[in-house]
Design a binder for this molecule. Structure first.
Ligand SMILES: Cc1ncc(COP(=O)(O)O)c(C=O)c1O
Length: 416
């Protein structure tokens, strides 16, 4: 017999614990009310946490420009909050730019990214007058007119993350190789209407070690020195890891600020080049912990607890074997369970082997924390399931930020 079986209250306390590093400040009562009022699945987003994170980054790096990577969560409310908090904005498509335009985001503070920008992306960005376009290929240079640009460089760093998220290593699709960078600089310098403002790299996402960023900073300054011309801006991208479970540590943002800025200053002095302005592009770290996804249990077949959502609203377990620490909105002695979704794939598993109350039953509400980043923005309509609503919470107020998709929405597009 286990200790939890002998002392059921021990199991209760384990299941009731909500690690404050993972959960925003929204009470279980409020979460239950949201599930009852707006239905499930629903994404909940705590505005205060998003704003706090914006300020954390600005305070940690007062000399740097902080651009929110809107691919992490692109909607008008969030883009408006980051604007009000004084951040810049990274967009990757005409669609993400349309959201920025809808809230009047100042064009000068918008950067356009993308390894395969379409003519429509470039046209929309140039028509809006975005402050920077981050050039990702030699061909793209010929498509631009009257534009200030950064060059995206492949820094050749194997980051400590899932292979699908390692975007700075050699042999993947993003950025220019060292020899292409020199050619790109020549081509841009030959064009009086283009201005090369700086270099950019993004080593990947969910990067836990400051040393990885430090290494990238050193390599980028060495490249600036090799180019032998003035480079005013150095954009080191995003990638700041967040904990998804209690076992994972917090990212050391203070250490990043200290070590990366010191590495840049040191390398610039060593190579005798001026210190560029630093730009960073956090996405996940701004919005991840602000989000909770609410589901309702639809069936229980031990050890499987099935809910009314799954890989259509959370693609991360299937894409990156991501792990989560879900909780029921009530307590009870727990047993290991596997939380699965409703979709027609055996791989539609939200969280394997997690403690949930043994008497979990249909109708119970399950809450999954740290779902503010790359959930809403990665959602699909698999099995013709409408994408969930995004409900914002701030202090005592709750409001729908993005409404749930209906069958009518889905059928409206189906014009065959
Ligand atoms: C160019 C660029 N900048 C910033 C980000 C944001 O990364 P994260 O959300 O990990 O901070 C990404 C993510 O893929 C990216 O590709």
């Amino acid at each position: 017999m286990t200790l939890t079986e002998l002392l059921p209250s021990l199991g209760c306390s384990v299941s009731a614990q909500a690690d404050p590093r993972l959960w925003p400040g929204v009470s279980d009562r409020r979460l239950g009310w949201i599930a009852a009022t707006f239905g499930t699945p629903t994404y909940v987003l705590d505005e205060n946490v998003v704003r706090e994170q914006c300020r954390r980054f600005r305070d940690a790096l007062p000399g740097a420009r902080v651009a929110f990577a809107s691919k992490a969560l692109s909607c008008k409310a969030v883009v408006r909050w980051v604007l009000e908090e004084g951040l810049s904005l990274d967009v990757c498509s005409a669609g993400e730019l349309a959201v920025a335009r809808a809230v009047g985001f100042p064009a000068e503070r918008v950067l356009l990214h993308g390894n395969a920008k379409t003519p429509e992306d470039l046209k929309a960005a140039q028509a809006y007058g975005v402050g920077r376009i981050v050039v990702d290929s030699l061909h793209e240079i010929d498509l631009l007119t009257d534009q200030r640009v950064l060059l995206r460089v492949m820094p050749g760093i194997a980051a400590d993350t899932h292979p699908s998220l390692a975007t700075g290593v050699d042999g993947q699709k993003f950025g220019l190789s060292a020899s292409e960078v020199e050619e790109a600089v020549r081509r841009i310098d030959a064009r009086p209407d283009l201005t090369l403002e700086g270099l950019h790299c993004h080593v990947g996402s969910q990067i836990r070690h400051v040393a990885t960023f430090e290494q990238a900073a050193r390599r980028m300054v060495a490249l600036i020195a090799r180019l032998g011309r003035s480079i005013r801006e150095l954009d080191l991208g995003g990638g700041f890891a967040v904990p998804y479970t209690s076992a994972e540590p917090d990212f050391d943002l203070t250490g990043y600020a200290d070590r990366v800025t010191r590495a840049i200053r040191y390398e610039c002095a060593r190579h005798r080049v001026p210190v560029p302005e630093l730009i960073i592009e956090p996405g996940r770290a701004i919005v991840a912990r602000a989000g909770v996804t609410l589901y309702r249990v639809t069936s229980v077949k031990h050890p499987f607890v099935a809910v009314d959502g799954g890989m259509s609203d959370n693609a991360r377990p299937a894409l990156y074997q991501a792990r989560y620490q879900p909780r029921l909105l009530r307590i009870g002695p727990t047993a290991p369970m596997t939380l699965v979704g409703r979709h027609c794939e055996a791989g539609d598993v939200l969280a394997a082997d997690v403690p949930l109350p043994r008497d979990v039953h249909p109708g119970d509400v399950v809450a999954v924390p740290v779902t503010g980043a790359y959930h809403h923005s990665l959602a699909s309509n698999y099995n013709q399931v409408g994408r969930p609503a995004l409900v914002g919470v701030r202090d005592g107020l709750t409001r729908v930020l993005v409404r749930a998709e209906t069958e009518e929405d889905l059928l409206r597009r189906d014009v065959g």
